[in-house]
Design a protein around this ligand. Structure first.
Ligand SMILES: O=P(O)(O)OC[C@H]1O[C@](O)(COP(=O)(O)O)[C@@H](O)[C@@H]1O
Ligand SMILES: [Mg+2]
Ligand SMILES: [Mg+2]
Length: 337
């Protein structure tokens, strides 16, 4: 049994040093933490509580929704709408933004989330997670609009994810480094177990869905081919590969032991008029903030993800993130192409 720092203690301690902090942000994060505990419990019970399988509906992006995609979205809304910290929420699973209903007070923050990341893995009992990002309202608190959410990732106040794996973890940044907490199921608290997570600058491990190889652009093909060529190739070293198909789990591995994760631009997505597979506001931006705060890099291939000016709520972008020196190498390959 752990008796270390709880996530609430950690956040309160961090906020103590911020002049003018009202406690709103602390209690918003607390509600997000509660939502993730509820989801952890649901995911853990799986088939026992009838939450696996398809919901028989599609989200705005035309993807089939799992029952847990829908349930986790509802849990996130219920946990976060009542307390008066938020003006609105936006989620991968909702077509439009969700302004806080008039029966509740509205606050100065916005919450975006991917309530269940990696949901194609849920029925096969492989790790899934939740990704979230907190922004400040740019316009009026009373009439939040989609435009309020279209802020570049550098504007994020905080970002984090929960990983429902062999143990449930919460990884969080408020712009002051990255810290990891493990859920102690016996006491229902996240305990600080991974202080100051940092990504090694060098790696010999990459993650990409190679079934898309024929659709990639030249610089990504070059990078992956050089990894595959191993000791005999230009890198002079053997590389290892992983593909979990849950971004949350891939990013967590990278925070733990380094590596590169890529869901790059490809011609298949281009044909559908999409810039990439992963969603800028719910996946790319929060993960990029975490990765940069841990000393890594995060780019689309040609530019820093956190500098991308969003044009629409459900915008997708190419993502290449992880160990700094490898990300810089891939950026260089794009610049040379
Ligand atoms: O099935 P693919 O093409 O390998 O894509 C896997 C990617 O899709 C995602 O699952 C998208 O997330 P959702 O499950 O939230 O739609 C990422 O987590 C993952 O990296
Ligand atoms: Mg996702
Ligand atoms: Mg999802």
């Amino acid at each position: 049994m752990h008796n270390g720092t709880t996530i609430t203690q950690f956040i309160i301690e961090e906020q103590r040093h911020i002049a003018g902090a009202t406690g709103d942000f602390t209690s918003l994060l607390n509600d997000v933490v509660t939502a993730c505990k509820v989801l952890s419990n649901m995911v853990n019970h799986g088939a026992l509580v009838g939450v696996l399988g398809s919901a028989g509906t599609e989200n705005v992006q035309g993807e089939t929704q799992k029952k847990l995609d829908v349930l986790s979205n509802e849990v996130f809304i219920q946990s976060n709408e009542w307390a008066g910290h938020l003006a609105a929420m936006a989620s991968e699973e909702m077509d439009e933004i969700y302004p806080i209903p008039a029966k509740y007070p509205r606050g100065k923050y916005l919450l975006t989330f991917d309530p269940l990341d990696g949901s194609s893995n849920i029925d096969v009992n492989v790790s899934v997670g939740t990704i979230f990002s907190i922004l400040r309202v740019s316009g009026g608190v009373e009439e939040p609009t989609e435009r309020d959410f279209l802020q570049a990732g550098v504007q994020q106040v905080a970002a984090g994810y929960a990983l429902y794996g062999p143990s449930t973890m919460m990884v969080l940044t408020t712009g002051n480094g990255v810290n990891g907490f493990t859920l102690d199921q016996n006491i229902g608290e996240f305990i600080l177990t991974h202080p100051n997570m940092t990504i090694p600058a060098d790696t010999r491990e990459f993650a990409i869905n190679v079934s898309n190889m024929r659709f990639w652009e030249e610089p990504v093909k070059r990078y992956v081919q050089e990894c595959l060529d191993g000791e005999e190739g230009p890198r002079g070293e053997d590389f290892n590969m992983r593909w979990i198909a849950s971004m949350v789990a891939e990013v967590h591995r990278i925070l733990t032991r380094g590596g590169v994760f890529m869901y790059p631009f490809d011609s298949k997505m281009q044909a559908k008029g999409q810039g990439g597979k992963l969603r800028l506001l719910y996946e790319a931006n929060p993960m990029s903030m975490i990765v940069e705060q841990a000393g890594g890099g995060a780019i689309t291939g040609r530019e820093r993800i956190l500098d991308v000016q969003p044009e629409s709520l459900h915008q997708r972008v190419p993502v290449i993130l992880g160990s700094k020196n490898e990300v810089e190498r891939i950026l260089g390959y794009h610049e040379q192409a």
